[in-house]
Design a protein around this ligand. Sequence first.
Ligand SMILES: *Cc1c(COP(=O)(O)O)cnc(C)c1O
Length: 407
Amino acid sequence: MNINENFLKLKAGYLFPEIGRRVSGWTEANPDKTSKLIRCGIGDVTEPLPQAVRDAMHAAVDEQGERDTFRGYGPEQGYDFLRDAIVENQFAGLNISADEVFISDGSKCDTGNILDIFGHGNKIAITDPVYPVYVDTNVMAGNTGDADENGAYEGLIYLPCTAENGFVPAIPSEKADLIYLCYPNNPTGTTATREQLEAWVAYAKANDAIILYDAAYEAFVQDSTIPRSIFEIEGAHDCAIEFRSFSKNGGFTGVRCAYTVIPKTLTATTSTGEPVSLHSLWNRRHATKFNGASYPVQRGAAAVFSPEGKAQVSALIEHYMGNAALLRQACQDAGLTVFGGENAPYVWVQCPDGVDSWGMFDKMLEEAQVVITPGAGFGAAGEGYFRISSFNTRENVQEVCRRIAAL
Ligand SMILES: *Cc1c(COP(=O)(O)O)cnc(C)c1O
């Protein structure tokens, strides 16, 4: 009996468990101060579900309680009412059809599961810093070698995102087959311009590469010149897959609903050079290993696009972006250099001179009782930065701002 030994290559000290260890160590040592702790670390929403979503879910649960309206297994790809609403509201004019949208229970799973349809031996490019899921799922799939002492995996192409390049990686000189891009970005909270995305699409087309585009934070884009979808870029339908989620706009982190968009024109090749539709492979994969998101959840997701739902989601976004503006200002007033937080719920802050990102984590915990996320936990290029999440109540954010000022 063998195991998948790729799992043994995964690093034990994963970011959030390490944060958890340090926080519980501190709370045990400081029981009197524990009640002051404010968590601005993990990227989870804090505000309750929109009323329109709850109403739709209640109604759907009641439908499930009546013989005439009860629904058992639904289509694995999702109900038409939701796929149609997504296309109409999110991809109008972008030449995406409802049957190119696959409903799921999360983008974390989709961005990991997508590797099922790709072969081995592909060159994988990821940004640094990065959402750790992209890396770890490639490790599990056997697409990497071992990690070195800095935690970098052999065989991956790391694309540094720095203040110098505006946190959008330079086009590599070598050929990559799969490229993970996430904009607005987690963790840096920065965005990519149309020109930058055009350059990536051109690179992907020239290299027969596929861009895996994670647009989980598109709803936070305030600047109308910034693309919300990779499919706003000409040619992307031939080289990109997009992941979207209801987690951050609708507050569905605990409800679970997301979707993946794969144009039917998108192909990749067999070892003998035959083109194969990735849409049909994913359709087969999805229908075989997934039995559809729950009916009440899909009704709740569709309600995000109702007039009331849209207004309520806008209010949520406005709330979080208001938080982000306060956090940006507080950090700037404290003399820190700040990035992101204008079209994304994350503020990416440069550590003061002489303090590294875990040093800053400890300092914020011990001196301000605020939990932040050290940039180094997202990759080597994240060293020297920390992430503050604006997913919080206004009260907590105002208190965090006061404590930053007092540091
Ligand atoms: C939060 C987040 C998602 C959404 O994941 P779900 O599984 O849909 O909750 C996807 N990508 C990134 C980068 C995220 O931060």
